[in-house]
Design a protein around this ligand. Structure first.
Ligand SMILES: NC(=O)c1ccc[n+]([C@@H]2O[C@H](COP(=O)([O-])OP(=O)(O)OC[C@H]3O[C@@H](n4cnc5c(N)ncnc54)[C@H](OP(=O)(O)O)[C@@H]3O)[C@@H](O)[C@H]2O)c1
Length: 417
């Protein structure tokens, strides 16, 4: 395979044996796919486009030819190594994708080769081909594109659960939601419109306000004194706080609850303060959270809850419940009630730039990776500028990639034992 970006094609080593018959008897080389591999926890450069052996399908699995993969905020956190229970690097990143079923395991009955599907994966979604247990794969409704499916799946499933199953939002109530311009935030804003007279107060960076103002009732700059701003809009506070930030925002969110109000923590974006992990920010975010006793909740008539989709699916076995929610979301889409908001689509080769956009708070809606998309031809623009330096960098990059390949192979062979 030709090299693209920092792809490292594995070149067979010549062994000097010219015996044609011996060559014929050698097994044909296993096919390769391209994937985005996290080579070590850290900055943007830790994500590398590499070749991997084609995955095979297990008896309860489906093999998906990926057409689009979702990039979520959690991918930044995985890259930095700031979440629990991370696998050992190197591994293929990504938690959701959509594509065509290429093979099904012998025990899979609900899906067939050729079906268009979306999947919530436990890693491995940022690859050309991926194998996923069938219980986490969902057949797409007629007419839904792979891009829409990817933009819709995780964000709207979370928003649906937060608002209705946990938040119990009802006619005329009010919601405070942070990062309202992002993937989940825009899903929350749209789903609120399916209930009459719900007031949505969103926080977002100021530069997004003009673009998203019609999706919410009020938009506030997160960096302003937003507690006062919310109180100006509603003296008593709000019925539901959806907090994906944590840290001091948890205390502020709790303080803004009306009697019988519900606070849901579903993210910890505040632990990310730059390209790489900051132990200080990480620790501060946890220390800042007030420890609230059930006695205080009892006295104040407030509820505190939390939600974590991947834990629900992969550790707590609630795949049937999540499938019902996916069906509800797909039905809302089929009835024209919701429409995924896509910020931008990127080639695998441009993954760093896409991640940088998330870090820079510039996305409105979802960022998508498309394995078949042509990369931005930066190399062409720079061609001839400083050939020698480029060559040196390429050699160093190839050495690094080769090292990661070796680590991956030794970790795969040891986990297979
Ligand atoms: N519990 C679950 O199962 C679950 C699943 C998926 C996602 N989540 C959480 O939901 C939240 C939103 O996820 P998403 O994938 O839709 O991402 P997203 O909202 O599209 O993420 C990007 C946006 O986050 C905001 N942001 C807040 N803190 C930030 C920081 N430290 N660095 C950079 N941007 C920051 C920025 O918007 P503004 O500057 O406009 O605020 C930025 O544009 C995240 O906290 C994520 O972890 C939870």
């Amino acid at each position: 395979m030709a090299e693209t970006g920092n792809v490292q094609a594995k070149i067979p080593i010549a062994d000097g044996n010219n015996d044609d018959q011996a060559k014929d008897e050698q097994p044909s080389p296993q096919k390769k796919i391209r994937a985005l591999v996290l080579s070590g926890f850290g900055g943007l450069k830790s994500v590398k486009i590499m070749e991997r052996l084609e995955p095979t399908v297990g008896k309860e699995e489906v093999l998906i030819r990926v057409k689009a993969s979702g990039m979520n905020f959690i991918d930044l956190m995985v890259r930095q190594g700031v979440i629990n229970n991370l696998p050992k690097t190197p591994f293929v990143m990504g938690f959701e994708c959509a594509g065509k079923v290429e093979a099904v395991g012998e025990e899979v009955t609900e899906l067939q080769v050729g079906d268009s599907v979306a999947a919530l994966t436990e890693y491995k979604a940022w690859a050309e081909l991926t194998n996923v247990p069938a219980k986490f794969v969902y057949k797409l409704p007629t007419g839904m594109s792979f891009q829409d499916a990817t933009a819709l799946l995780m964000s709207f499933v979370i928003a649906q659960i937060l608002l209705f199953d946990i938040g119990n939002i009802r006619k005329g109530q009010s919601v405070l939601v942070h990062s309202v311009g992002g993937g989940v935030g825009q899903a929350v804003a749209q789903l609120c419109k399916t209930v009459p007279d719900v007031i949505v107060i969103g926080t977002a960076s100021r530069h997004k306000h003009e673009s998203i103002k019609d999706s919410v009732t009020h938009v506030i700059d997160h960096d302003s004194d937003y507690v006062q701003e919310v109180k100006k809009l509603s003296q008593d506070g709000v019925d539901l706080v959806l907090d994906c930030l944590c840290g001091d925002d948890t205390n502020k969110g709790y303080s803004l609850l009306k009697p019988l109000g519900r606070y849901v923590l579903y993210g910890t974006s505040n632990v990310v303060s730059g390209e790489t992990k900051s132990f200080f920010t990480f620790a501060k975010s946890w220390w800042q959270v007030d420890k609230i006793s059930p006695m205080r909740l009892f006295d104040e008539n407030k509820s505190l809850t939390g939600f974590h989709l991947r834990h629900l699916l992969y550790q707590q076995g609630q795949d049937k419940y999540v499938r019902q929610v996916v069906n509800t979301v797909f039905e809302l889409w089929s009835n024209g009630k919701i429409k995924p908001v896509i910020d931008s689509t990127w080639a695998f080769e441009d993954v760093s730039e896409a991640m940088q956009k998330l870090h820079d708070r510039k996305n409105i809606g979802k960022i998508i990776l498309d394995p078949s998309m042509e990369p931005k031809s930066k190399q062409q623009a720079n061609a001839g500028k400083d050939k020698e330096t480029t060559d040196e960098k390429a050699v160093a990059g190839n050495r690094e990639t080769e090292k990661v390949n070796k680590e991956y192979e030794s970790s795969s062979s040891s986990s297979a034992k």
